[in-house]
Design a protein around this ligand. Structure first.
Ligand SMILES: [Zn+2]
Length: 280
């Protein structure tokens, strides 16, 4: 689950386990500044919960296919009408239908997008529903942050905050993918990776490249996995330690150090030059 999403590993693992063991809560709050990732994670989670096969989501069963097409009758999506999710929407789209049994699955899932736009009346109305949970309905609230919710709502939801991890893990993922492209001389993918990185925070990007190169170099010299900082990338680091030459890695790290002192030029060109410099 969440294979193509920048979701923090701890959230990925917890939610995957809960789906595998069928230990699903009645209400979730997914929050994070990256609205698209939060929404995509809610949709993928809903798809996995409803999937009919053992490996969830299988992407092949009729339920998964309907989820992908946005036509799964057991996934009900509620978007703000105008600036906010109104009490009228909560009453009509959620409270009125939540007592009806699911159509095709044994669960039905409500995804409330931009749920932090709910004003007090809408939140109060939702709270009553959260307090009277049934055993087949699941509500996922998507929001930029949890600060707009009343504590009574928060106490009823399992909350997953994507914010603090998403940014750095996203940068790490792209850096490692781009390093792999450089290792196999796939210049087209390498340039694409550099382009994506040039839009992220520049000092985070340089820091992450240095840390990745440091890990490859350290493993290459010691053959000791415990020395690796980017633990989640251990397999990639081991693979790349067999390809990259340690002298070249060391020179590239020095090169990045010089750039950091003197970074006024075009950032995309700088990032490209690092990966090209590393070329084997
Ligand atoms: Zn499936």
């Amino acid at each position: 689950m969440f294979e193509n999403l920048y979701v923090p590993d701890n959230i990925k693992n917890t939610l995957s386990l809960s789906v595998e063991n069928n230990k699903i809560s009645h209400a979730y709050l997914f929050c994070g500044k990256d609205e698209k990732t939060v929404a995509a994670a809610a949709e993928e989670f809903a798809k996995a919960v409803l999937c009919k096969n053992a490996h969830k989501p299988c992407n092949e069963c009729s339920s998964c296919k309907k989820s992908d097409f946005g036509s799964n009758p057991d996934i009900i999506k509620i978007f703000p009408q105008g600036a906010s999710i109104s009490i009228k929407q909560i009453k009509q789209d959620l409270i009125k239908t939540i007592k009806m049994l699911p159509y095709e699955s044994d669960k039905k899932i409500y995804i409330v997008y931009n749920a932090d736009t709910m004003q007090k009346p809408a939140q109060n109305s939702l709270l009553k529903t959260l307090e009277e949970a049934n055993n087949y309905a699941i509500i996922i609230l998507c929001a930029a942050s949890k600060n707009s919710f009343y504590p009574t709502i928060l106490s009823r939801c399992q909350t997953y905050d994507f914010t603090e991890y998403v940014q750095n893990e996203k940068v790490a993922d792209i850096v490692f993918k781009t390093l792999e492209c450089a290792a196999r001389d796939d210049y087209e993918a390498l340039m694409e990776g550099c382009h994506v990185l040039s839009e992220e925070n520049f000092s985070d990007v340089l820091m992450q490249i240095s840390s990745a190169l440091r890990d490859i170099m350290a493993y290459s010299l010691s053959k000791n996995k415990n020395i690796i900082i980017n633990k989640a990338k251990t397999d990639k680091i081991i693979r790349m330690s067999e390809i990259y030459n340690t002298d070249k890695l060391k020179k590239t790290v020095d090169y990045i150090y010089d750039i950091r002192i003197n970074a006024s030029a075009n950032r995309k060109l700088i990032i490209e030059s690092i990966f090209l410099y590393l070329g084997i």
